[in-house]
Design a protein around this ligand. Structure first.
Ligand code: 13P
Length: 126
């Protein structure tokens, strides 16, 4: 499954910890990410990640395009609800396109942990 990983700046530390915790699971999937998130995750975890443009430069839209084409199965998007983002329309569009195509999207750490542990359970039972 292709999994998209995206985190706003104040959530990048949480994303790194999450990726380390679920490293074995993530390793079994194809990973894509917005530019800064992906670069940081690769450096911190060694996971192979295809890095797209940085979010404010169009990375959210690139990932949204893949979701619209049915290529992404899960989105982890750790959003910062306390900081205004210059590309807010792109962020809304990304969440919307997940809803349009019924793609699971976690926008906070609690949901992300639940989704990844659920996926882990499912794979270990197979
Ligand atoms: O802004 C983002 C998502 O909206 C994340 O982009 P970066 O991973 O490039 O910081």
């Amino acid at each position: 499954m292709k999994i998209a990983l995206i985190a706003h700046d104040k959530k990048k530390k949480d994303m790194i910890e999450l990726a380390k915790k679920y490293q074995n699971l993530l390793n079994r999937h194809e990973l894509i990410a917005t530019g800064t998130t992906g670069t940081l995750l690769t450096k911190e975890t060694g996971l192979p990640i295809a890095c797209y443009l940085s979010g404010p430069l169009g990375g959210d839209q690139q990932i949204g395009g893949e979701i619209a084409q049915g290529q992404v199965g899960l989105v982890i998007f750790l959003r910062d609800p306390m900081t205004p983002q210059p590309h807010e329309p792109d962020i809304s569009a990304l969440i919307r396109i997940c809803d349009v195509h019924n793609i699971p999207v976690a926008t906070n750490l609690g949901t992300a942990s639940l989704l990844l542990s659920g996926l882990n359970d499912k794979l270990t039972k197979c």
